[in-house]
Design a protein around this ligand. Sequence first.
Ligand code: AP5
Ligand code: MG
Length: 223
Amino acid sequence: MGLRIVMLGAPGAGKGTQAVRIAQRLQVPHISTGDIFRAHLKEGTEIGREVQQYLDAGRLVPDELTCTIVADRLQDPDCRNGYVLDGFPRSLPQAEALTKLLEERGGRIDMAININVPDEEIVERLTARRSCSECGKIFNMKFSPSANGDRCDAPGCHGMLERRTDDAEDTIRERLRVYHETTEPIIGYYDNQGILRTVPAAQTGPDGVFKKVEELLESAGAA
Ligand code: AP5
Ligand code: MG
């Protein structure tokens, strides 16, 4: 069994950026609840219609719906050798539901990686974020622009880069508020279980942060 990892950190801390690299390194799926919700929105599904108001406002989608979606996804065969959860859990009830679900299935989370970035830096990162409308690759106009201007530079892609609608400054502030109020307490939850690993990521680029993450994976005997 490979590692089951949870990514913690404020909106824009770089959870997605690091989760993609970890998933590639460990050859396990990257599961982002935010990406799942945005895919539903794009496809106009019933779930999409249900979650739109929450994403637009920067508020959390209700725990019950979120937990059901994750519980389903974790049943997929590709999750058997571990996974990287990105953006879930983000409330105490979600964290407790995940522990219970895994216990019932005879497993547990092995490591919670908390990417720590101060709020001021977050706003700077998120207002400059762009992502590919085709493959989802994450860019930053300031810190990691695409080699192809406003098009994706991933091999064989060339999709248009777009800005997430929740990356407007007011919505970013609301997401940060919700993070500090509802999500931050779960850092203590994983610390109490002895599996919290905090990565200081202020003024450190994605490569520098990944070096620190790799050390954690190595210490767990996984990379
Ligand atoms: P979600 O998609 O999870 O958004 P988020 O938590 O706000 O996090 P982000 O994706 O904005 O940031 P990130 O940490 O992934 O950073 P990234 O790597 O992109 O959730 C969206 C919404 O869905 C929520 O608001 C909620 O409504 C709903 N939702 C999702 N999960 C839910 C749940 N469990 N329960 C309830 N509701 C849920 O990096 C950001 C930018 O910085 C990029 O431009 C990147 O290139 C750049 N960057 C990354 N690392 C660095 C670095 N080291 N230095 C400089 N720049 C960097
Ligand atoms: Mg993300």
